[in-house]
Design a protein around this ligand. Structure first.
Ligand code: HEM
Length: 416
């Protein structure tokens, strides 16, 4: 496997991923090649690969993968008109992602290279385990207005409608691209996004980003279901990562769905949902349980004893969240939820700016999130306690097949 997939790896090794070492231009032009100490050789993490999630596969990791504890999610705006430069960035990002998910530093590493150039890797993940890091890329609707991609925009990649109660902030909405970084160590996730942003300098810029500190869903039903900031078990009835039949039916884009470049991919909806935890905390236990249609201790549906007992929807209040969101109330609609809790300081009114960064994967947004959210936005008892303040939708391309493949190849290259 080559160290870098870029067109001119030795030059990049010299000048750093940010292209910041311009002063070295003369040396580079003169053909000087520095033999920088490889961060890989120097890094003890490379010996013990425990906790690494396979980067290659038919589907991108980070969707059906057992949910990690932490999230750093970033949406990017494209800053270049140069299609070739953008494609090169996707290749460079892929190579960096391949290395970071394996617990290796980016490029030539964080130290040991040319003293005159910034190191390829920023260094804060040195010595840390791969921590099950996954990096998942998505393409937003606005990307298809660029680079001659108009005809390639999937019909399923619709702009989300305005739902009742939405109070979206522009600065937390949209994006040409996104990268979802999930890991069990927050520093590993942040390092990954930071280094991708750095590699993208001049070609992309971070539009908004979101940290998540606690998973609010599970794709491993055998494991303990995590709780959200309202204190309820969340993710009880989700698609499991091992349920390949349900994943094919509800999450992965099928061969006939179109366009061909999306086969094996998925669609991601991200919503920053503020939770009014102070109001919730003054609400009676009975009201809290009525809102969800499940009890707080066990997470059992109304009238049942155990969390995983089949819900009897009619026993729940008509506006109970679970009753409204359940597939039986929605012609079978099923999405894969993968959200995280967040707290981002205060709102300036003496309350925590806290909530759920909701992430949902589905085969078609028009048959998944949109009809579901239309119903919830109109009727859900939960609406008294939450507000959607950020929103984005992305086409998540299929997985990177092998060490010669790259993120977005099926969209940008004619090659099959
Ligand atoms: C802050 C906002 C939200 C909170 C606190 C929340 C919380 C919960 C909880 C506690 C459950 C029950 C446990 C489970 O099966 O996971 C649940 C179920 C569910 N939620 Fe939410 N949820 C929120 C927003 C949403 C949104 C925006 C959607 C989709 C548009 C959604 C879709 C679902 C679905 C599909 C289920 C499973 C229903 C079933 O099959 O029984 N939720 N949610």
């Amino acid at each position: 496997m080559t160290e870098t997939q870029g067109s001119n790896p030795s030059r990049r090794a010299l000048i750093g991923w940010g292209g910041a070492g311009l002063a070295l231009g003369a040396a580079v032009a003169g053909g000087a090649v520095a033999v920088a100490q490889s961060g890989e050789d120097a890094d003890p993490v490379a010996d013990g690969m425990g906790g690494a999630v396979e980067f290659h596969g038919a589907h991108q990791a980070g969707i059906a993968t057992p949910v990690q504890d932490r999230l750093h999610f970033a949406a990017f705006d494209v800053k270049t008109d140069d299609r070739e430069a953008f494609v090169q960035l996707l290749k460079d990002w892929t190579e960096a992602a391949r290395r970071m998910t394996a617990g290796k530093p980016v490029g030539e590493g964080a130290y040991g290279g040319l003293a005159e150039a910034p190191p390829d890797d920023t260094g804060e993940a040195l010595g840390l385990k791969p921590s099950r890091l996954t990096l998942t890329i998505g393409f937003g609707p606005s990307l298809f207005d660029k680079f001659g991609l108009k005809g390639q925009r999937p019909a399923a990649l619709v702009d989300l409608p305005k739902f009742p109660g939405d109070n979206l902030e522009r600065s937390r909405t949209g994006g040409d691209l996104c990268v979802q970084a999930c890991a069990d160590d927050p520093q590993v996730a942040v390092h990954a996004i930071r280094n991708l942003a750095r590699i993208g300098f001049g070609k992309v810029a971070v539009r908004w980003s979101q940290l998540g500190f606690g998973k609010t869903s599970s794709t491993t039903p055998g494991a303990q279901t995590p709780r959200n900031l309202f204190g309820f078990k969340d993710g009880t009835r989700n698609i499991a990562g091992t349920e390949t039949g349900r994943l094919d039916e509800h999450v992965w884009v099928g061969a006939g769905d179109g366009p061909a470049w999306m086969t094996g991919g998925s669609y991601l909806v991200a919503r920053r949902i503020r939770m009014n935890i102070e109001t919730w905390d003054r609400t009676s236990l009975q009201e809290q349980e009525d809102v969800f249609g499940r009890d707080k201790r066990e997470g059992a549906p109304v009238g049942k004893a155990k969390e995983h007992d089949e819900p009897f929807l009619k026993a729940m209040k008509p506006d109970a969240h679970v009753r409204l969101a359940h597939p039986d109330s929605n012609g079978g609609i099923t999405i894969l939820r993968r959200g995280y809790s967040f707290t981002d300081g205060t709102d300036g009114l003496g309350r925590l700016d806290a909530g759920l960064f909701f992430l949902a994967y589905q085969r078609d947004v028009r048959k998944g999130f949109i009809p579901l959210q239309r119903k919830l936005a109109a009727h859900d008892a939960l609406n008294e306690y939450i507000q959607h303040v950020g929103s984005a939708v992305f086409a998540v391309p299929p997985g990177v097949r092998d060490s010669g493949d790259w993120w977005g190849r099926t969209l940008f290259s004619k090659e099959a």
